[in-house]
Write a protein that binds this ligand. Structure first.
Ligand SMILES: CC(C)(COP(=O)(O)OP(=O)(O)OC[C@H]1O[C@@H](n2cnc3c(N)ncnc32)[C@H](O)[C@@H]1OP(=O)(O)O)[C@@H](O)C(=O)NCCC(=O)NCCS
Length: 154
């Protein structure tokens, strides 16, 4: 299957908004994707030149926050979500950024499983963080400095 991860562009936003509306009960506005593109950590995953997934976030010094990830329903559970997270982490490691954080709805068991599989741990919660429906967020974190040190010393 011909697949490619590339930077998100403004002209991708209408397609991403269609996916976003199918995937989330509360969706981002177009402007939020524009901001993420400007912050330079927004990517799409294409299969045969069709966008089937996206991921974005922002970096502050050596910390990175994953702010959004979505995979089209028909393409879920095929490893694409994991591929996008791995892509982003690997890019950030190259930039010497070793700490990753994100918020996820407490009821989003699939996403939580994905993050836990990738080594994220629960580090806190935020009360009533989400609306429609109102729900607490779990904060997950992944700190890779020890792994990197190991790789360097081995
Ligand atoms: C969460 C999401 C991005 C996962 O993407 P995906 O491409 O389906 O995930 P992957 O196929 O890479 O899954 C990798 C692993 O994560 C876990 N996982 C992913 N989705 C899961 C689910 N629905 N139920 C249980 N485990 C799941 C599994 O361990 C899976 O490995 P396996 O299939 O070998 O068992 C996707 O379901 C999605 O877009 N959901 C709607 C939007 C959303 O909730 N985004 C997250 C906001 S924080």
């Amino acid at each position: 299957m011909k697949q490619k991860i590339r930077e998100m562009k403004r002209e991708d936003i209408p397609t991403i908004m269609i996916l976003e509306k199918k995937l989330f009960s509360t969706t981002w506005e177009e402007e939020m994707f524009i901001e993420e593109i400007e912050k330079q950590y927004a990517y799409v995953l294409e299969i045969k030149d069709k966008i089937i997934g996206y991921i974005c976030g922002w970096k502050l010094l050596d910390e990175f926050n994953i702010t959004n990830i979505g995979i089209a329903v028909d393409f879920q559970r095929k490893g694409f979500g994991q591929k996008l997270v791995q892509f982003l982490i690997s890019k950030l490691l190259d930039e010497k950024c070793f700490e990753f954080f994100l918020e996820v709805r407490e009821s989003n068991h699939g996403a939580i499983k994905l993050y836990e599989k990738m080594g994220f741990n629960v580090i806190g919660s935020r009360k009533k963080y989400y609306k429609s429906p109102q729900e607490d967020a779990m904060t997950l974190g992944l700190i890779l400095i020890n792994n990197i040190k190991k790789k360097v010393t081995q």
